[in-house]
Design a protein around this ligand. Structure first.
Ligand code: BTN
Length: 334
């Protein structure tokens, strides 16, 4: 299969420029040297430096004096990310976009065109980020992580909900490691800090009755947002708002992908058991929580009673029936 460049992907030479500057942080490098090393003109170097500055990368200097980066930049550039992902499934195909409608959209399209297992799609900004149930995902420039991974697991579609669960566990571990906080997991995979959502996951699948062709897992994390739109503020938060500190998105993203790699390998090797057990340990929603379930067709209240072996949520309703939630919004009931 021919692997081609995806339209809109960040020019590899901008990636090379960033790596060059980051590897020589605190050293002044002349515009001419940069131009020679990455194979573009000096005026292109200048234009790209301006672009990096607009993304918040602190580059001192100008074409005559040379350029110097003040600290390792927090751009999710493939070269720098790849260094932390050796020996994972995610180091080979990393697609980076400064701006795109939705990383899930491009991953879906490429999934149909044969993009391999482990492909990663990252954006600094999304103009039409998609959430669950047709909602939008607020995707402010350079503040959050907007990531989609494409997986081709050798499983049947009935086991796909477990991929949704393991993605939530992976995101939870990464956020916990980064911040020292212990996020709650609301079934199937919302991360909550003090009851407010800081991470959402949209899993989409293309499958035949007996096997999965591919699954795409889209993960959005609110990282360095200092404020959220008025309508989201009561229900959403960011890591910055919760910890009072700015976090390196690059480090968090590497932790997230490493954690996703570990959980998916464990799932393929050992099956659902460890995933279900871990979810039970870290989610206050797994059992004994009074919840309201809203699906496209009905709303009901009940108490959670653990997960089915397939990862679906059991809810004991007030009339004594046990419902198995396949999809829908789960919220804490008063
Ligand atoms: C949710 O509603 O909780 C799911 C939100 C998923 C957002 C992420 S951001 C990266 C990826 N691209 C999208 O358009 N959506 C997902």
């Amino acid at each position: 299969m021919a692997l081609r460049t995806v339209p809109g992907t960040t020019d590899r030479r901008i990636d090379a420029l960033l790596t060059l500057l980051a590897d020589n942080a605190m050293i002044v490098i002349s515009g001419a040297k940069i131009a020679r090393e990455i194979g573009v003109t000096r005026s292109t170097v200048w234009r790209w430096i301006e672009k990096l500055r607009s993304l918040g990368v602190k580059v001192k200097g100008h074409p005559r004096a040379g350029y110097q980066i003040e600290r390792v930049p927090d751009v999710l550039a493939p070269n720098m990310l790849r260094r932390s992902l050796r020996d994972t499934a995610f180091s080979r195909r990393i697609h980076h976009f400064f701006k795109i409608d939705s990383t899930n959209n491009v991953a879906l399209r490429l999934g149909h065109e044969g993009e391999p297992h482990g492909a990663v799609f990252i954006a600094e900004e999304q103009t039409a980020g998609r959430g669950r149930a047709g909602r939008t995902w607020h995707s402010e420039k350079s503040s959050g992580i907007y990531l989609t991974v494409l997986l081709r697991p050798p499983i049947s579609p009935v086991h796909a909900p477990l991929i949704t669960l393991l993605a939530g566990l992976a995101a939870r571990d990464a956020v916990a490691e980064q911040t020292g906080l212990q996020p709650d997991l609301r079934w199937p995979n919302d991360l909550l800090l003090r009851g407010k959502k800081c991470c959402g996951i949209l899993t989409e699948m293309h499958a035949e009755p007996d096997h999965v062709n591919f699954v795409i897992v889209g993960i959005g994390i609110n990282v360095n947002h200092t404020r959220l739109p008025e309508e989201l503020a009561p229900i959403a938060t960011s890591l910055r708002l919760e910890t009072g500190k700015t976090h390196s998105r690059l480090e968090l993203l590497a932790k997230l992908l490493r954690s996703l790699d570990r959980y998916s390998n464990q799932f393929l090797a050992e099956g659902a058991g460890p995933i279900l057990k871990r979810f039970d340990e870290v989610s206050s929603y797994a059992r004994g929580k009074r919840v309201r379930i809203s699906t496209a067709t009905e709303t009901y209240v009940g108490t959670t009673a653990g997960l089915e072996p397939s990862g679906l949520l059991r809810v004991e309703c007030e009339d004594g029936r046990t419902q198995v939630v396949i999809s829908g919004d789960v919220s804490e009931a008063p």
